[in-house]
Design a protein around this ligand. Structure first.
Ligand code: FMN
Ligand code: SF4
Length: 512
């Protein structure tokens, strides 16, 4: 029986993958050909989706992007034995896009049947958990600290230190909360791994629970991800059946359970304190810090809040060792990062690489330049609160510190490309407007400042002469200084970054 892999993943689905399942099954039946359809996740090459693969005598062969109109042709071409066809890609892993990546966290994603415990174990799954069960809390936390892993949700806080803080708290109940709100523009790595290798997240959360002494975990999932919810729940059921979750995990005497909670559909619910409010059933509004969530988090109990990618990177660290993980990257940016290339780009998708490659290498070598073929004008890295970089900054290394030096931030690794048709004054206005719409309203600099910010930018672009424009620029600068220094959280505090980077690098657009 030939295995045919068809992704069950949101991007592939939006491009028709689900339609291929019946079309391929029916055609195979009509031709009396014995096939087994396997639902993997996506490997992350969105530009090739729907990417279907067949297991042939000479390895796994890909075809893409495939539509229902291709099916009869593909069967005529004997695709189930890797036959020649216009959509033939050959060995997918030999394509430069994949060959040049360094996949640690995403090593299994798109390869295995997403929720199968057996397939997960066949590629190193649950080895990390078994190693964690064989050591103690201090041992696990030391490995995490030595790995150099920093939070992939945006703030890049060292994960080992966060876990140490929670482990050191004396409490009758502690929690692991996975931040799967994934609100940043141009980001989809959390979703890809949850849909393609959900067991890695469950394993990472369980190891976090063992490390800090928590027996209950929640995944706070972005409300726009219904397919992810179904896949996560399937994976949880399978992990429970195989006793990698639940009571007395693998006869260790340790227990851990995980529940998926659907988010409230607001960008601000991705901020950890607002997320905790929402998870407690309240309106998603920022909490004052201190106390830190690590000390008084969910329902007032010590809580680890970590991003999906941070947690899904834990198994490979415990499986291969902190040294192996820290062998990737440079400086204080150790390990790998799943960068997500989107916007006006020819080959959009997910690229996992060690920190240190340049933005230009990412965009040109992997992305192949703009989709329109027009010159690139601006790149926004790190979501809606990230800086807009001009072409002249493309040689900046993708490294937390190097990016900060250049006035930007890596955030969650989203990279959005704009060609020369973009108007950067409009983008700056959009940043302020986004803040006004998404503000939780708790503090004045953000709630009112963002509304005033939109008005000031409107006055700048409509100014009748350069003196009037200059005067408004001074107001904008003052307003941004106030938002940056007086906002209660990074929503208002970082909005000035995209705004002022647009003013700095694209001044001419504010004069039209
Ligand atoms: C406005 C705002 C939105 C955020 N949205 C997210 C999000 O969608 N996902 C996420 O993981 N972190 C988000 N964060 C960061 C979280 O507050 C927090 O730093 C993170 O969940 C900690 O996990 P980590 O250390 O593993 O990165 C956001 C922060 C801010 C200020
Ligand atoms: S900065 Fe904005 S989002 Fe953050 S607390 Fe203040 S009003 Fe709320």
């Amino acid at each position: 029986m030939v295995k045919v892999y068809i992704p069950r993943e949101t991007t592939a689905n939006s491009l028709g993958a689900e339609l291929l399942v019946n079309a391929i099954a029916n055609e195979a039946q009509y031709r009396n050909q014995d096939i087994e359809i396997v639902r993997n996740g996506s490997r992350g090459a969105c530009w090739l989706e729907p990417l279907i693969e067949v297991e042939t005598a000479s390895g796994r062969i890909g075809y893409g992007p495939v539509t229902t109109e291709d099916i009869v042709d593909l069967f005529d071409a004997d695709f189930i034995n890797g036959g020649e066809h216009a959509k033939l890609l050959g060995d997918v892993e030999a394509l430069p896009w994949f060959k040049n990546q360094e996949r640690l966290t995403f090593a299994r994603c798109g390869i295995i049947a997403a929720t199968s415990v057996a397939e997960y174990e066949s590629l190193g799954g649950f080895v990390g958990l078994k190693n964690a069960l064989a050591t103690d809390s201090d041992g696990i936390i030391q490995e995490m600290t030595d790995s150099g892993l920093r939070g992939r949700g945006g703030a890049a806080f060292p994960t080992g230190i966060k876990w140490r803080t929670v482990a050191d708290c004396d409490a009758d109940q502690k929690y692991i909360v996975c931040n799967a709100d994934e609100g940043d523009s141009g980001t989809f790595s959390d979703r890809l791994i949850m849909e393609g290798d959900p067991l890695s997240l469950l394993e990472g959360m369980t190891i976090a629970g063992l490390a800090v002494g928590a027996d209950k975990g929640f995944i706070y999932l972005r409300s726009e991800y219904p397919l992810t919810q179904a896949i996560l729940n399937d994976a949880i059921a399978n992990a429970l059946d195989a006793n990698f979750l639940g009571d007395n995990i693998q006869d260790s005497g340790k227990s851990f359970t995980i529940e998926v909670f659907m988010g409230a559909g607001a960008y601000i619910c991705g901020e950890e304190t607002s997320l905790l409010e929402s998870l407690e059933g309240k309106r998603g509004q920022i909490r004052f810090k201190p106390p830190l969530p690590a000390i008084e988090g969910l329902f007032g109990k010590p809580t680890v809040v970590n991003n999906v990618i941070s947690l899904a990177s834990v198994p490979v660290i415990l499986e291969k060792g902190s040294k192996h993980y820290a062998g990737y990257g440079q400086g204080r940016s150790l390990g790998t990062m799943p960068f997500q290339i989107g916007g006006n780009i020819k080959q959009g998708g997910l690229v996992e690489k060690a920190f240190g490659l340049t933005l230009r290498q990412l965009i040109e070598d992997f992305g192949s330049g703009t989709a329109t073929g027009n010159p690139l004008r601006a790149v926004q890295v790190g979501g809606p609160l990230g800086a807009y970089f001009p072409e002249s900054l493309l040689d900046t290394a993708l490294d937390y510190e190097e990016f900060a030096k250049a006035g930007g931030m890596l955030g969650h690794g989203g990279v959005v490309i704009f060609d020369d048709s973009v108007n950067m004054a409009k983008q700056a206005r959009f940043s302020m407007e986004f803040c006004a719409v998404e503000s939780c309203g708790k503090c004045t600099p953000c709630r009112i400042g963002s509304v005033r910010g939109v008005e000031v930018i409107d006055r700048i672009v409509s100014a009748e002469n350069s003196e009037a424009r200059e005067a408004e620029h001074i107001v904008l600068k003052d307003l941004c200084d106030t938002m940056e220094s007086a906002s209660l959280c990074a929503m208002g505090g970082l909005t000035p970054i995209p705004v002022m980077s647009a003013v700095k690098h694209f001044a001419a657009d504010f004069e039209q």
